[in-house]
Each structure stands twice: as structure tokens, then as C-alpha cells.
Design a protein around this ligand. Sequence first.
Ligand code: EPZ
Length: 429
Amino acid sequence: MDQIRIRGGNPLRGTIQISGAKNAALPLMAACLLSEEPLVLSNLPHLADIATMSNLLSELGVNVSMNGAAPGGHGGRVFKLDAAETSDTIAPYDLVRKMRASVLVLGPLLARQGRARVSLPGGCAIGTRPVDLHLKALEQLGATIELSEGYIDARAESGLRGGHVVFPMVTVGGTENILMAATLARGETVIGNAAREPEITDLANCLTAMGADIRGIGTDTLKIHGVDRLHGASHTVLPDRIETGTYAVAAAITGGDILLKDTRADLIEAVIDVLGRVGVAFDETPAGLRVSRINGGLHGVDLMTEPYPGFPTDMQAQFMALMTVASGASMITETIFENRFMHVPELRRMGADINVQGRSAIVRGNQKLSGAQVMATDLRASVSMVLAGLAARGETLVSRVYHLDRGYERLEEKLSACGADIERVRDAG
Ligand code: EPZ
């Protein structure tokens, strides 16, 4: 298996192009199932998860064609997704197992085809991650749901009807599934305690462009008036806020100065606020978002992950890597997932001083990190090791690179263009 080799110590300077958001692209791709007319999505990132969703849609009979990309292939891809003749309503275990976001085809299939059979996603490295809230909400829209042989069998033969759904906890995927389903349900659906992540706003804007009637976009109460059919549309995927935050941490941890292009500060306000208190300067210029250290030093700051607009759980591991080299201590509390500290033992092997107590981790900073062989069990944990490696003395070898390939496009290319000593070591076998 490939590895990433990093020799740390270089302050990063230069420009990094931010890609389209993975977590917006996946539900947007699933939304093509709602219409018999094509959906054209641009600024799609070139990532393993996008390929998995594309394979799943193809299995369902969607005609997926790549309509090109900007010169060099680096300006994001353009996909035309044509679900005129969907031939199947089954999302098989093999694909759902690879990527939990496959469950996002459930709402659209049920709404347009009246039935769907989707493999139940299992637990994963960061927690048990059930989909019970998706299923309960679909039942409130009139679906009949049975679980058998590891599959969700959902039916709504005479169509879904509007209903009042109040999520007991904020769920991004749950909100997306019900939002998509409700666009074709009879009557009005109200989603209370809806997730407000920018990726949901992006999805709601695309559905509106397809003819959906959605009120309250960007708030925690979405009102959807179902329509008979949705039509085709073209939509540009919004910038990846987690990639943006990750490279901001790369600038901070190495004492560098990076210009992040094609992204938006308003997507990461909570991250900018916290990193500002740590000692990181953000400057929004016409050329992009410039990130550097304010006066050289970094200070420990406490933090709690929260649903948007709070500090994202998907930035927690990267922030922890930064705290290992800041002065003072930091308490980091993870409130979204119950098992999202798998990076801690690996960061410790690089010299970090971190203690986990339940859902909180105490990081004692000021450590001189040293390179080590490390590996991680999920995407954000993996990238936190890359960040630590950029700041460490000596060589860091990160294995299980396939995690990084799920969510970071051309990671080593983007970082080495800013002066990082980083390369992919291909597995000879
Ligand atoms: C999305 O996952 C993201 N994935 C995750 O990004 C992100 O960490 C997460 O939202 C939180 O922001 C995509 O957008 C594809 P949730 P999702 O439903 O939708 C519990 C990354 O690294 N829950 O908001 O699966 C659940 O177990 C990834 O890019 C239930 O109990 O997250 C979790 O504790 C990882 N029952 C909490 O809610 C349900 O039916 C929030 O999960 C649904 C969720």
C-alpha cells in the first residue's frame, strides 16, 4: 500500500487552490435521482468517494458522463448525471460498505421510484453512526420501512406525503435525505432542528434550481412544499471548508504564509475565530484567503466541536495536531462522535503529550515533535498526522493513504508546491 513520506521543518509559503467540497458533492450527486432530466455539477473534486458515488449511481442506471474539467484538470470536474432511465433501486452492500454516504440515495429513490433497498451501513472507525433518524423521518413521510438481511427495504408505492419531522439531534445526512425526499412528497414537510451546514444550503440551492419549493434555507427549520416533478439544472459545488481549514492549520503549524484560492472565509467563521485566538491571522484579499501566524507564537485554546455554525468535528484532529506545538494547554471536547480520538495514540508516538478523559482530550503543548511511522483509521485523523509531520523533526511515514485519497485531492502536490518536503511512496507490490 502507498505511503506518504514527509521530512518536516519547512515553513510553507505559496498558493493552494481549494477544491469543491466532498461533503456537498456527495448529496448533490444523489439528487440527480430526483429528476428524469440531467443534472450538471461542476467544481467536483477528484476523489475516491466521488468515484464510489459515481459507481453507485451507474449501478442504479444513471448515465454518468464527465463533461471535462478546467485546463490541467485542476479546476474541478464537470459531471453530467442523467437519471432518465433508472433501472434499479438497490444500493448493494459492497458500495455502501466502502462509503456510508451511499445511504443518501435512499430518500431520492423512495421519492421518485416509490421503493428502495439500501444496505445498512455498519459502524465505522469514528463511532457507531446509526441511520435510525433517517428511517424514522422517512416513516413520518409515509414510507414503510423494514430491515432484513442487512438491508433497509423502504416502500411508498403511492408516493410520499408531507409531514412534520423534528430531529432529536442534529444530523447532516438525515437532514439531506429528508430534504431530498420531501421535494417530491405530496403537500408540505417541515423539518425542525435541521442541520445548517453550508453543504445543506448548497444542496437546497441546487434543489431549488431543479424546481423544488424550499423555504428557510440556511436556518434550522426547512419548509418544503412538494412538487410533481423536478427538472434538470446546472450547479457549481461550493468550496471545501474542511480542506480550507486543514491548509490553514498547515500554514500555522509550520510558521508559514499561504494564500488559499477559490474559497470563502464565511464558510469557516468558527475556525477563523478559534485559530485567531491561537495566534493565526486570516486576511481576506481579492486574490484569496491569506493565512499566517500573527506574531510568531501559538497559544493553547480550549475547544468544543459542535454542529454548524460551531467548530466542525471534521477539523478536530487537525486542531489537536496544532495544539501539540502551541504554548500552554488545551482542552478539546468532541461532542459529535463518540470515538473520534484515534489520532491521539499516533500523535503521542510523535512526541505529543495528550491525555484523553471521556469525550475530552487535554493537550499539553510546546512539544518538539519527531517523525515516526504512523497510520490512521479515518480521513481527518490521517491528515492530522501529515500536519504533525510537517512540523516534526525528521521523517514521518503515514500509511493507509487511501483514507487521505477519500477526501484530499492531490494533497502531496498542493503541499509540496508550497515548499513541503512530502512525497507519495508507491507500493512496489
Ligand atoms: C456528515 O456525516 C459528514 N459526512 C461527516 O464528515 C461529518 O463528520 C458529520 O456530518 C458531522 O458534521 C458527509 O457529509 C458525507 P451526522 P453524517 O448524521 O451525515 C448520530 C468527513 O470526515 N446519528 O450529522 O453521517 C451520528 O452517529 C466525514 O468528511 C444518529 O445517531 O453525520 C453522530 O454521532 C466523517 N442517528 C451524529 O448523529 C442517525 O440516524 C451526527 O451525525 C444519524 C446520525
